[in-house]
Design a binder for this molecule. Structure first.
Ligand code: AMP
Length: 436
């Protein structure tokens, strides 16, 4: 079979079986996605986070302000369009939408700190490559209304707990403090003063950033720029005592939790609403796209989105596709697809009708039941039971209908037993439960 259609470049289908895409990347099976999502949900439950789901479509202005006009995302990676005078964007990330929703629905009135998590697709018009897609999936958390260092440390702990629950090790957590925007402004001026005489030596991108977003030069991958930055002023020397105390407390709490980290004075985020703690989680299995997750405090974002009151907040966003790359590299265990508890093979019209009814009864009893929908031969049906890896098979023909009992075959051992129709549900439930 064939079609002239293909999925859009930079997107991918998630299928019942894992496969390798055109770029040579393994795309995990839907059961693996479910397992990772279930693990995320379980870690969230244990840490008392509640789920929030926001639309994939948002107003373009929300993203422009929430992510920041000067970022690559807003400058060149938004899937944005206009329809009937309304500007829409496919969300490129989920923090700004969550803060919008928190403000719009006055979630602060629920009382206390709002601990929210999300899982869902995001869209960025990036050049597709390994670990970089146009539609990808993020999970993350936002802790809204908490200014305590404990909120920062817990945010990081949740991220580490997800990785641990999935069996990932070899992780590297990079940590820094950005202090307050006011102090950062002083630092940016000092950095510009230092770099200005070297402007000729900078790449075109860095020269542009020197004007628009100088902090971003600190994550340059260009070697001679990195060398130049070794003698540049460092942000931490400009950070206030209060910010340093906050940072020290976060580090102390991480130490108490046994979370290891590397301090990296060059780890920055370009935007003004990012404050205090910032972090990134890396895994060696990811190659060039080494970041599994990133996050930090964003105490000024709510005001950027129009709130009269500040909402101190901290969170992280992790990429699911990168997580799968890391799991592949680590050869971490993942469950296979669910297989039928029982396959019912029928011989003849009467038996087929009986099987169709009985399948529903067994399913109502909680069993995973497969049967043939193609009217195939008994041999073909048994072959199908094998292909689907069913635990039991049941053959029903005229003799069985007459006797009122089914022959139930345990597929692995080949052992068979005659089970009266009335006992079928209980028999199978008991045997299937014993196998699990
Ligand atoms: P960011 O919102 O850019 O800080 O990204 C957070 C996380 O999302 C990153 O650490 C990646 O794991 C993931 N991510 C970001 N962009 C992409 C992309 N284009 N394709 C796949 N994953 C991505």
């Amino acid at each position: 079979m064939s079609t002239s259609f293909q999925n859009i470049k930079g997107t991918f289908d998630i299928l019942p079986d894992a496969y390798t895409d055109d770029g040579g990347t393994r795309v995990a099976a839907s059961a693996e996605w479910r397992h990772v999502e279930a693990t995320v949900r379980d870690v969230m439950r244990r840490h008392n986070f509640e789920e929030i789901r926001t639309p994939v479509l948002e107003p373009t202005e929300l993203v422009a302000r929430g992510v920041g006009e000067s970022t690559d995302i807003v400058q060149k990676e938004m899937f944005a369009f206009e329809r009937s005078d309304t500007q829409y964007v496919l969300r490129p990330e989920i923090t700004a939408p969550v803060v919008r929703s928190f403000l719009q629905h006055h979630l602060d009135q629920r009382g206390g700190v709002q601990k929210l998590f999300y899982i869902g697709p995001c869209f960025r018009a990036e050049q597709p490559q390994k670990g970089r897609y146009r539609q990808f999936h993020q999970f993350g958390i936002e802790v809204l209304g908490a200014d305590q260092p404990r909120a920062d440390a817990e945010t990081i702990a949740v991220l580490m707990a997800v990785c641990e629950a999935l069996g990932l090790s070899d992780l590297r957590l990079r940590l820094n403090t950005l202090g307050t925007p006011e102090r950062r402004e002083e630092y940016v001026a000092a950095l510009q003063d230092y770099l200005a005489p070297h402007a000729d030596e900078l790449s075109e991108t860095s020269r542009r950033r020197l004007e628009q977003n100088p902090l971003r030069i600190l994550d340059t991958k260009v070697e001679h720029e990195q060398a130049l930055l070794r003698d540049a002023p460092t942000l931490i020397d400009f950070v206030s005592d209060e910010s340093l105390a906050h940072y020290d407390e976060v580090k102390g709490l991480l130490g108490d939790l046994g979370v290891e980290y590397d301090e990296d004075p060059h780890l920055v985020r370009g935007l003004d609403y990012y404050t205090e703690t910032t972090f990134e989680l890396e895994h060696p299995g990811l190659g060039a796209q080494s970041a599994l997750a990133g996050g930090g405090r964003y105490d000024r974002l709510a005001e950027v989105l129009g709130s009269d009151d500040p909402v101190p907040a901290v969170g992280f966003a992790a990429g699911m596709e990168r997580l799968f790359l890391a799991l592949d590299a680590a050869e971490a265990d993942r469950p296979g697809a669910a297989t039928p508890d029982v396959f019912i093979a029928a011989l003849g019209d009467e038996a087929e009708a009986w099987c169709f009814r009985t399948a529903q009864e067994l399913r109502a009893g909680g069993l995973h039941v497969a049967h043939d929908l193609m009217g195939r031969s008994l041999k073909a049906q048994m072959k199908e039971a094998n292909r689907q890896n069913a635990s039991y098979a049941m053959i029903i023909g005229g003799n069985e209908l007459e006797a009122g009992a089914a022959t139930v075959k345990e597929m692995e051992s080949g052992e068979q037993e005659d089970v009266p129709f009335d006992d079928l549900v209980e028999y199978l439930k008991e045997h299937v439960a014993a196998k699990r």
